[in-house]
Design a protein around this ligand. Structure first.
Ligand code: DLL
Length: 432
């Protein structure tokens, strides 16, 4: 039996799981108090000591951490282990200012690999599989995380990284890749290229593990149909190691959070108040096993819902919904909240590919809102009147979904720059 495989943890009864979390949390708070002066100071300012935290029920007493703390503490301020015990860093781009730098001990890497291995197993991976990893390798966590997980499962691992699509397709066909791991936008691009090159009969893919950015159910079905696979979601962030914090099982109704390593809370993003299970709010994670970057109550800014409803797969770990947007990248256009995922849903429902870009600007103190959408290839030869009518149809559908009028521009196929990593969906010129 491979070392990672711990069904007894993934299917643990709730009270046993809670006891494990309590024990690990108490230990972790002491570890942070002793080793992370930045967080200790925050605890002291709030008048909290390690003795006040006896278990998960006391979690609310601890201060939050957010991206600003990470920037302020850059690069070493939140490190929980001596540099000589750290074996790796990963990093993520900040929206502004300094990058986030996360540290890992070998133990941290082992546990992270376990989490990713669980995600692969949930998608049906075994040691007979050929795991094609087209997430970026390097500072980004996607490639390294799935690579480690794939090794633990014993798959033949292809560490492709992203880009060089022709080489991706060559290896995919020649080496018989069965599991594809990449961003959903790159999966859609690969599917498009496979279709164009008439390679569908030569690929052996059976499952895909796609994450790192928002993608809708419609996009899932689109990718599944084009590649003839089952597409699974995977979630994570650099601050909590990377991918594998949560992953989908065969039920595909939310992602199981690896609760033996992460305690999840949902809070009101405005007040910080902890909300009951089933509420929509901001996801907060406390890492209870990480040594080198042990973040407590880290505010992810991802908006979602948690559910402990019994899952048919047998796993007892709580499930998070697909992130429904972010509390910080939600667009407010003419006073209306707009999530890019809503626009994507409309486009796919109307039969367009998910190649689009939202451009927001402010002219004469009024917001402009434009959505550039690639037309389907068969539309390219349509008359201008027909294209104008298709644009009008999209304007109406977007208005119905968003409650706000957008200008829609249909552009020729392949004019919107394709992404090999995360797609750039929004250009908000108002911030410049
Ligand atoms: O994106 C880690 C990752 C790599 C996850 C590969 C899954 C697969 P960051 O670059 O730090 O880490 O970005 C983290 O990406 O807070 C979410 O807003 C978003 N995100 C990650 N996974 C999903 C997902 C990686 N499945 C940020 N659906 C997070 C929607 C996601 N958004």
């Amino acid at each position: 039996m491979p070392k990672y495989y711990q069904p007894e943890i993934e299917t643990m009864p709730y009270d046993e799981l809670r006891a494990l979390q309590n024990e690990r949390l108490v230990k972790q708070v002491r570890h942070v108090w002793d080793n992370v002066p930045y967080y200790r100071k925050k605890m002291e300012e709030k008048g909290v000591t390690p003795e006040d935290i006896q278990g998960v029920d006391d979690l609310y007493k601890l201060p939050f951490l957010c991206k600003d703390d990470l920037r302020e503490a850059y690069p070493y301020g939140l490190k929980g282990a001596p540099l000589s015990d750290c074996v790796r860093i990963h990093s993520t781009s900040g929206t502004t200012g300094k990058r986030v730098v996360a540290f890992y001990t070998q133990h941290d890497i082992d546990l992270w690999d376990d989490c990713c291995a669980r995600a692969l197993v949930a998608a049906g991976a075994t040691k007979e599989d050929v795991c094609h990893i087209a997430y970026g390798f390097g500072l980004f966590t996607g490639g390294a995380g799935l690579n480690g997980g794939s090794h633990k499962v014993g798959c033949l691992t292809l560490p492709m990284s992203s880009g060089n699509t022709d080489r991706q397709l060559q290896f995919m066909t020649d080496l018989g890749s069965t599991i594809l791991c990449c961003t959903p936008s790159y999966a859609a691009y690969l599917a498009e290229s496979i279709h164009e090159q008439g390679l569908r009969d030569q690929i052996k893919l059976k499952a895909g593990i796609f994450g790192a950015e928002a993608w809708s159910e419609d996009m899932r079905h689109d990718i599944e149909n084009k590649l003839g696979i089952k597409a699974y979601d995977i979630y994570g962030l650099t601050e909590t190691s990377g991918p594998g914090v949560a992953f989908e099982c065969s039920e595909q109704t939310g992602m199981h959070i690896n609760e033996d390593h992460f305690i999840a809370e949902i809070i009101d993003p405005d007040t910080g108040e902890v909300l009951p299970e089933g509420s929509k709010g901001e996801l907060v994670f406390t890492a209870i096993t990480k040594e080198a970057f042990p973040l407590l109550r880290y505010r992810t800014r991802d908006i979602c819902i948690l559910s402990r409803k019994k899952c048919t797969c047998g796993r007892t770990h709580i499930k998070m919904s697909k992130p429904m947007g972010r509390s910080d990248d939600m667009l407010i256009i003419r006073g209306i909240n707009v999530f890019p995922s809503q626009i994507e849903t409309v486009l796919l429902q109307q039969g367009y590919p998910a190649n689009y870009q939202i451009i927001v600007d402010r002219v004469n103190n009024s917001d402009t809102f434009e959505v550039m959408v690639e037309m389907n290839p068969e539309m390219f030869s349509d008359s201008l009147a027909k294209i104008a009518s298709a644009e009008k149809k999209l304007v109406d559908a977007l208005k119905a979904m968003l409650g706000i009028a957008a200008k829609v521009k249909l552009v020729a196929p392949k004019t919107i720059t394709r992404s090999e990593g995360k797609a750039v969906r929004v250009i908000d010129k108002r911030k410049i």
